[in-house]
Design a protein around this ligand. Structure first.
Ligand SMILES: Nc1ncnc2c1ncn2[C@@H]1O[C@H](COP(=O)(O)OP(=O)(O)O)[C@@H](O)[C@H]1O
Ligand SMILES: [Mg+2]
Length: 289
């Protein structure tokens, strides 16, 4: 029997890349919920956009999807409508704060595992069209390691693990890294320490994880940066305006801007065989076999 992913692989091979730029995929994840993953994803995306990059935020948090709520935008369509073939990818991309483009989540990713060949080809054909359309697609995934989240982690070029300095958050972040590594996958993890009192606390937290990862998994886990613990984040959530927009001079905003600058310093616009939407879909669909 032809495997379900074969049609997709053929499609991936025959599609020519329409865009001139390469699209980089970033997955944001965490061990524990409530560590600030969605706020980080959205405000990091807005910071990259402010630097002149085109960014699409893809809400892939099953059940707890809320990127739209953080922007006070009600989403008419979500990924669910794409998977049901009711809508095209262009129909479900919506504009939020500062005109940032996003795809709302929902229950869509549960369905991804049960797609027919026909639906899978439609999904791939639609997502493929994003290649070259934006510089970055950032997936906000659910906390913990579900099967769906694992696919996004494995297929992305960068996987950002968000943790706070709290011991429970640290151990859960390490657990995710360890699980993925134990499964034999080679993933480029990067740490973000959210809600730090100062950079000393950020560094101590990052060191705890990276030292253990080095010692027990022989993995180097670089740190992308720290985001200050700042009451404006909660205020911004209540106002449904991303904190980098509502409080542009706050310490949370400054720290996330520095972090985005650090990320961009390590980012090179080079088309490699392992980059872009095409490679992402290839990897993801190989995992569906
Ligand atoms: N840097 C921060 N400083 C202060 N509070 C924060 C910060 N980041 C997140 N929070 C708080 O944590 C809550 C949960 O954040 P959220 O992004 O929804 O987490 P997750 O997506 O990981 O579940 C926010 O509503 C806010 O009150
Ligand atoms: Mg969230």
């Amino acid at each position: 029997m032809k495997d379900q992913a074969e049609g997709l692989r053929n499609l991936v091979q025959t599609q020519t890349e329409k865009g001139t730029r390469s699209t980089r995929i970033i997955t944001v994840t965490s061990g524990k919920g409530g560590v600030g993953k969605s706020n980080f994803t959205l405000n990091f995306a807005l910071s990259l956009q402010a630097q002149g990059y085109k960014v699409l935020v893809f809400d892939a948090d099953i059940g707890l999807a809320n990127i739209d709520v953080l922007m006070g935008v009600s989403s008419k369509f979500s990924l669910y409508h794409l998977l049901k073939k009711d809508k095209t990818i262009w129909d479900i991309i919506q504009k939020g704060s500062n005109d940032i483009e996003f795809i709302a989540g929902g229950s869509g990713f549960n369905d991804l595992l049960r797609l027919t060949d026909d639906e899978l080809n439609y999904f791939a054909d639609q997502v493929m069209q994003l290649n070259g359309y934006v510089d970055f697609i950032i997936f906000d995934t659910g906390a913990g390691l579900s099967k769906e989240t694992l696919k996004f982690i494995l297929a992305a070029e960068d996987t950002i693990v968000v943790t706070t300095p709290e011991p429970t958050s640290i151990t859960d972040a390490y657990a995710i890294i360890k699980m993925v590594n134990t499964m034999g996958h080679d993933v480029s993890f990067k740490l973000v320490i959210n809600r730090v009192t100062d950079s000393k606390e950020g560094k101590q937290t990052a060191d705890k994880i990276s030292l253990v990862a080095k010692q027990f998994l022989n993995l180097q886990i670089p740190t992308l940066g720290f985001v200050d613990d700042d009451p404006v984040v909660s205020k911004a959530v209540k106002r449904q305006i991303p904190f980098t927009i509502a409080y542009p001079y706050s310490s949370a905003t400054k720290s996330i801007q520095t972090l985005a600058d650090n990320y961009l310093k390590g980012y090179r616009v080079i088309e490699t065989p392992s980059s872009g939407v095409k490679s992402f879909l290839n990897k993801m669909m190989n995992l569906l076999k």
